[in-house]
Design a protein around this ligand. Structure first.
Ligand SMILES: C[S@@+](CC[C@H](N)C(=O)[O-])C[C@H]1O[C@@H](n2cnc3c(N)ncnc32)[C@H](O)[C@@H]1O
Length: 271
């Protein structure tokens, strides 16, 4: 009997067949496999969503997303939690700037510093990375990936409201952003070093030979098994000496299991 079946049977006991069938339908339509996400949290969110849509059961929600691609996109956007900020948890960016990045920039000797923002949401993290590398004297090449199309579209556009740029100081704003009637827009100098693509961390291929893989505030949503799968992929995506940068609540407890060594809190180097 496959593990997948056992998981479904457990879920049927806990959440009912109606919900499990809905999860299977969602996976078919989007490649999003809710079995890799924390079940209780996802079920609560989806129950909330279904009730707000005035639908009687998950079967009705399945029918609605299958018929209407807009409804499907709306659901995916709701399901993925896209909260982000520029330089989120500033103290960790200080470590990146002062200690992690200088040896990487030096080792690249003028070649681009290859960076991945995995779970990039609306681009704040990817643009923060590009600014940090430019300031360290390097040439950034940042790939931002996410599963959520509206977030990717916003990241590519690079327009942020005044409240969304709160983490940015005046110097960064003056150097890398233009004022718009509704907020600020990222300048070409930054945009040209950042590329955004849709990729599912649980099923799509990972980039290779990276200097820095940044995956922050994404792993918290996954089951232990999902987390391990992603951490393995992130570690393998680094070149030797490359560094993984995780979120403030996402310390890796057994870095050696992935061929990593902690060099600072939330920073892990590939051996
Ligand atoms: C809370 S945001 C984190 C954004 C940013 N990394 C930060 O720390 O500010 C989590 C992001 O992970 C994305 N995400 C969730 N599951 C994913 C998956 N399987 N593959 C790729 N991205 C995923 C969501 O769409 C969302 O944009």
């Amino acid at each position: 009997m496959s593990r997948q079946f056992i998981q479904s049977r457990d879920d049927i006991n806990t959440y009912g067949t109606d919900y499990v069938h809905f999860c299977m339908r969602l996976k078919k339509l989007t490649d999003i496999d809710l079995a890799s996400y924390k079940a209780q949290q996802m079920h609560r969110r989806l129950l909330n969503y279904k009730n707000r849509q005035g639908l009687a059961d998950f079967y009705a929600l399945s029918v609605s997303i299958q018929k209407d691609p807009k409804k499907l996109a709306h659901l995916v956007d709701f399901l993925t939690i896209n909260v982000s900020e520029f330089f989120r948890n500033e103290e960790h960016w200080k470590v990146l700037r002062a200690s992690v990045l200088p040896p990487i920039v030096k080792a690249r000797a003028g070649k681009p510093v290859e960076i991945w923002s995995a779970g990039s949401s609306a681009g704040q993290e990817a643009y923060s990375l590009a600014m940090t590398v430019l300031e360290a004297g390097g040439t950034p090449r940042v790939l931002g990936t996410d599963i959520d199309e509206p977030s990717l579209a916003k990241a590519r556009e690079g327009s942020y409201s005044s409240s969304e740029i709160e983490g940015l100081d005046r110097l960064h704003l003056a150097k890398y952003f233009d004022k718009t009637p509704t907020g600020y827009k990222v300048r070409e100098v930054l945009k040209r070093s950042v590329l955004f693509e849709r990729r599912n961390l649980l099923s799509d291929p990972y980039p290779r030979d990276l200097d820095l893989a940044v995956c922050r505030n994404v792993l918290i949503y996954f089951t232990d098994k999902g987390k391990q799968q992603v951490l393995r992929g992130l570690a393998d995506s680094l070149r030797p000496g490359g560094v993984l940068f995780t979120g403030a609540t996402e310390a890796v407890f057994n870095p050696s299991a992935y061929g990593l060594k902690q060099i600072y809190p939330f920073f892990y180097e590939r051996a």
